[in-house]
Ligand binder design. Structure first.
Ligand code: AMP
Ligand code: MG
Length: 408
């Protein structure tokens, strides 16, 4: 069995993430598309902008006419949503124009309302103001030409992509179907919400955490019945779930007497890519693949440690990149950025630590402060955090040091 370095585990997952065939495509309403992956390129339905667009309220003029010495006659007005339908504007004239309106023929720039002088139906440059041709105008087609790709297949759809699609008139999008993800929580101590809870028992919070994480990462979560800590029960749950695209088990992967998940997976002929990672929390995490049934694709699985913070950390590090790629997105690793520590952090040898942290979103000094916690069962500390500081093996760190941060 192989326990690997943190960086190696990330590489192993990414290698597998590169191997997924394209999933089937389906057409869905634009507003349902958040979090999904584009199956097709989205193209511009016409030039963007569709006309030479004024970016200011002011006066459409010929730039060369715009001086402090010559008064230009205001011959009309064009508002956003209107078009200038009269003859081309003549030299020596100006047309009042609003932001977002199409430029009248004959004008080549817009003088901002703040930069002009006005009297008796005439307009001219305020002292010291000049204008270049093209100023305050975005030319037709300069953002995109009709038919040009504005969003590439494989893009993950968020608000920016929804806005671009709407701007190009697309009320529906072709997206990849969502992979099914079966979630199996294991543990004799677990109780489902709504059932009766003995004083020695705990709620199955991981089942909910994983369902939420899967949904955000683009999967379709199916929560199975809790597996008790017996080989038979774990086997039964795996047998039910193994036709899904991805299998997530929580708990039962440590070295305890009732940690039977690996054994149960092995009985199905599992191939293991790693059976532990030198990280904290999350060390017992298992990654592998079950052989496909009836000529179907093999089913990837993760055995995630049961401690709730470990479950979530290992999801972000390993499951999320694999699941995103399964959805059809470009295979990329976890969301790592860098941040500055606000305080000293002591060293720990032999493990990469991924610790609940608050990134203070301060304009001048965004800083990282580790959350004090009771260890990897502390869901409260995890909820108070908004990211995880990734602290390298064995190095004492100091306030001001820049470290990697895992976003969630
Ligand atoms: P295990 O990985 O099974 O040894 O579990 C480690 C710790 O996580 C134990 O304290 C378990 O009670 C807890 N745990 C395991 N599964 C869950 C779950 N589904 N929800 C909440 N806590 C869990
Ligand atoms: Mg357990």
């Amino acid at each position: 069995m192989s326990v690997v370095e943190f960086a190696e585990a990330l590489d192993i997952v990414l290698e597998h993430a590169r191997g997924f065939p394209a999933r089937t495509a389906e057409q869905i309403a634009l507003l349902d598309a958040a979090g999904r992956v584009l199956a097709e390129d989205v193209t511009a339905d016409r030039d963007q902008p569709p006309f030479h667009r004024s970016t200011r309220d002011g006066f459409a003029v010929r730039a060369t006419d715009f001086t402090a010495s010559a008064q230009l006659k205001i011959v009309g007005q064009v508002r956003a949503g209107e078009a200038w339908c009269s003859d081309a504007m003549q030299p020596g004239c100006a047309i009042e124009i609003m932001t977002g309106a199409p430029m009248p023929d004959g004008a080549d720039a817009v003088a901002m309302i703040e930069h002009v002088a006005l009297a008796d139906g005439n307009v001219w440059a305020a002292p010291g103001r000049t204008l270049r041709a093209g100023e305050n105008v975005v030319p037709q087609g300069s953002e995109a030409r009709a038919g040009e790709v504005v969003l590439a297949a494989g893009s993950v759809i968020g608000a920016a992509e929804i806005a671009m699609s709407a701007a190009c008139g697309h009320a529906e999008l072709m997206v990849r179907s969502r992979p099914s993800v079966t979630i199996i929580a294991t543990g004799d101590e677990l109780v489902e919400l709504g059932a009766r809870l003995g004083s020695q028992q705990i709620w199955n919070s991981n089942g909910y955490a994983l369902a939420a994480l899967v949904a955000v990462a683009g999967g379709r979560a199916e929560r199975s019945k809790i597996a008790r800590d017996t080989r038979e029960d774990i086997r039964a749950r795996i047998a039910e779930g193994r036709r899904s695209d991805l299998l997530l088990l929580s708990g039962g992967v440590s070295a305890g007497k009732y940690d039977l998940v690996e054994e149960a997976l092995a009985e199905f002929g599992a191939e293991f890519f790693f059976t532990g990672v030198k990280m904290q929390p999350g060390r017992p995490v298992v990654f592998g693949r079950l052989p496909g049934l009836d000529g179907e694709q093999a089913t990837y699985f993760f055995g995630l440690p049961g401690n709730p913070v470990s479950t979530q950390v290992t999801f972000h590090c390993f499951v999320e990149p694999l699941l995103r790629a399964m959805c059809g997105a470009e295979p990329v690793g976890p969301k790592f950025v860098q941040g500055t520590l606000a305080e000293d952090v002591s060293a720990k040898a032999g493990l990469t630590r991924v610790l609940p942290t608050i990134l203070r979103h301060d304009l001048e000094r965004p800083e990282l402060r580790l959350v004090s916690w009771q260890g990897s069962g502390d869901l409260g500390a995890n909820a108070r955090a908004n990211c995880y500081a990734v602290l390298p093996d064995g190095e004492a760190l100091h306030a001001g040091d820049v470290v990697t941060v895992l976003l969630r």
